[in-house]
Ligand binder design. Structure first.
Ligand code: ASP
Length: 337
């Protein structure tokens, strides 16, 4: 992961001023953050549609795929699906789709969800052997009366709809897993020393002003077999409300689920908070309840209908990618610690 505060791709020099990171904060969990300080650390200015944001540095190539659709006036729903499919298919990304790290028994199990401008949602969890869970989630949304399918049921549904099963455990992921088995120590909450999570979550606004979001992951590396995190849970890892804005998450899913983070952020924006303030408050809910917060990473990104973007994380190091008329760039999120 880059240590630069902002990494610009194909952008003008003016962008260098964007996205200042809030690293090296005080350690006091009760610290009250001045609103101006939170906002100053965020891309808080309104922007014109279309635009797309996504988590981590693999968001940069994913944004490009989304932008191809957004820039020719295509729907945000198609953009977020196409965007995260890039990450799902990339064997070098060891936290999403093909190439994802397996659970402790050696199975790659995938979670994903998608939400559109009408509030429709689809989701799959504990899905195995299918390369593009996000597209299966979209079909659940569009072709079934349900929101969520899991496990064998999700796989059967995928196969019935033409998805070919394949082995998703790459030689590299298998080698790493076998190495891990030698000690079998499980520290999913220690992202600095063991980056065992890096879900891609993506949010977009299209030229028509409609919003959609997508999230897809192989979950925590070496998790218990059957474990499902926040990523397929509507309201936890993802929430979209066309009247208000959208929010998404990455990090230790159990913490996101217990605080229903993305739904919380959208509701706080509805009540008047900026995206940055709302993300900060969602992180504060985790920090205040959890004595072990210094060892947990959770990051949120959100935007509102004006195109103001905000983010906040528990620990330094969380980055997100933004693409709009001015280019595609990686931004350091402010963080609690
Ligand atoms: N949120 C994901 C999970 O808990 C992990 C991640 O962000 O990579 O499964």
């Amino acid at each position: 992961m880059t240590t630069r505060r902002e990494f610009l791709i194909g952008t003008g020099a003016g962008l260098a001023a964007l996205g200042a990171a809030g690293l090296g904060r005080g350690q006091d969990p009760e610290r009250i953050w001045p609103t101006a300080e939170i906002i100053a650390d965020s891309l808080d200015q309104p922007r014109d549609a279309p635009f797309v944001v996504s988590t981590w540095n693999h968001g940069l190539p994913a944004n490009l795929a989304a932008w191809e659709i957004l820039s020719r006036g295509g729907p945000a729903l198609d953009a977020v699906e196409s965007g995260v499919r890039v990450t799902e298919a990339d064997p070098e990304v060891d936290s999403v789709g093909y190439g994802g790290r397996p659970d402790r028994e050696g199975h790659v199990t995938l979670d994903a969800c998608i939400m559109d401008q009408h509030g429709n949602a689809g989701s799959v969890a504990f899905l195995q052997d299918i390369m593009h869970p996000i597209s299966v989630a979209r079909l659940v949304m569009e072709k079934t009366p349900h929101v969520m399918l899991v496990g064998q049921g999700a796989r059967h549904f995928a196969e019935e709809n033409g998805f070919q099963p394949r082995n998703l455990l790459t030689p590299r992921a298998e080698r790493d897993w076998k190495e891990w088995l030698k000690t079998a120590e499980y520290h999913p909450w220690a992202p600095a020393s063991d980056p065992s999570h890096d879900t891609i979550s993506m949010l977009a606004m299209d030229q028509g002003g409609d919003l959609s979001g997508a999230c897809t992951t192989s979950g925590l590396a070496y998790k218990m077999h059957g474990r499902v995190g926040d990523s397929p849970i509507i309201g936890a890892a993802l929430f979209v409300d066309n009247e208000v804005g959208a929010a998404c998450a990455t990090g230790v899913g159990e913490e996101v689920m217990k605080t229903v983070g993305s739904f919380l952020i959208v509701e706080l924006m509805r009540q008047g908070m900026s995206p940055a303030e709302a993300c900060h408050e969602a992180i504060a809910r985790i920090v205040r309840k959890n004595p072990a917060w210094r060892d947990l990473q959770v990051g949120y990104v959100a935007f509102d209908r004006k195109g103001r973007i905000g983010s906040f994380a528990i620990l330094p190091g969380f980055q997100y990618a933004v693409m709009d008329q001015e280019g595609n760039r990686l931004v350091d999120s402010p963080s609690w610690k």
